[in-house]
Design a protein around this ligand. Structure first.
Ligand code: 3HC
Length: 284
């Protein structure tokens, strides 16, 4: 793992630009790959803003901020990742999308390269099957906001080798994160427990038990959560929440994972939370 110098990150959305941020801040060169220039521009602008925020708060020096920014190159052609020593995918939470990316990365990258997914719920074992190197495929699940949250859930696929697991666990430590080992199962630990909580909070709103504000107050003041569940759902993205609930519903086949109909309707309406300007709350 010492040989990792250049890291490929697929997807410049909320998670992808945050992941690129922490790698660049920790001295790695990064190729941030997107499908369209406008998504790349938006991701790079966020990355810059977040690094500037850290510099303004004195967490990093102005020089370190500039150096980190210079380490990140935006690319639109996935073939440019052929030089990378490690690649992490942070595309949308859809199996078919991730599968296509993993098959492509298997073709593009050197055979010794570990391919990780910032999967929120999709099986690392299934992603491994999309490649000719399932022993080198693993889940490396970061949390939003990535520059701040300490956890990396490291998900072993059934075929993931011990060597790959140890390399990713050590890599997380080098990124100043705390790795927690989890076996492959729908939603792993984090989203298996978190998403049903958020989903249930949505049912409470839908059924008129309380307003979104009241539900959030209960969790902030009664359980010391930094954000109430509906603010958190808006922050994560309601489309992401729905995708994860569907993975849980399909993976466990248990009706308790049924997505809240209000969540489905809001996603249909394009109310995706903070990123779209409207979710359970309205944003400027
Ligand atoms: N980049 C860099 N720094 C950031 C940042 C970012 N994107 N966002 C926040 N920060 C920093 C701020 O500058 C501030 O720094 P300071 O302590 O030096 O002042 C610190 O983080 C706290 O931020 P704020 O003062 O702006 O606001 P809060 O105190 O309200 O904290 C929060 C914001 C850290 C987001 C906090 O509300 C929180 O922890 N919320 C819960 C987040 C959470 O649960 N995340 C997990 C989501 S689930 C997930 O990601 C998994 C996926 O699969 C769904």
């Amino acid at each position: 793992m010492d040989e990792i110098r250049l890291v490929g990150v697929i997807g410049a959305g909320t998670m992808g630009n945050g992941i690129a941020h922490v790698f660049a801040r920790c001295g790695y060169d990064v190729m941030l790959c997107e499908v369209e220039q406008r998504f790349l521009d938006r991701g790079l602008a966020t990355l810059r803003k977040d690094l500037e925020r850290e510099a303004a708060k004195g967490k990093i020096t102005a020089e370190a901020m500039q150096a980190a920014l210079q380490r990140v190159t935006g690319v639109l052609d996935r073939n440019r990742l052929r030089e990378c020593d490690f690649v992490i995918e942070a595309a949308t939470e859809k199996f078919e999308t991730k599968k296509e990316i993993f098959a492509d990365l298997d073709r593009i990258t050197r055979k010794d390269v570990i391919l990780a997914s910032n999967t929120s719920s999709i099986s690392a074992t299934k992603l491994g099957q999309a490649t000719g190197r399932p022993d080198k495929v693993i889940g490396m699940h970061f949390f939003n906001p990535v520059p701040v949250m300490k956890l990396v859930e490291v998900i072993r696929g059934l075929a993931t080798s011990q060597e790959t697991f140890e390399a990713i666990r050590d890599l997380a430590v080098r990124l100043e994160k705390t790795p927690v080992e989890v076996n492959d199962a729908p939603g792993f630990v984090s989203n298996r427990v978190l998403m049903p909580l958020l989903n249930e909070a949505m049912y409470a709103v839908m059924e008129g038990v309380a307003t979104a504000e009241a539900v959030d107050e209960v969790f902030k003041l009664g359980m010391a959560h930094p954000m109430g569940p509906l603010t958190l759902a808006d922050f994560i993205g309601l489309d992401v929440c729905l995708d994860i609930m569907r993975v849980l519903q399909e993976g466990f086949g248990d009706p308790k994972y049924r997505p809240c109909p209000l969540l489905v309707r809001m996603v249909d309406a394009g109310w995706l939370g903070k990123k779209s300007g409207r979710g359970f709350y309205k944003y400027e």
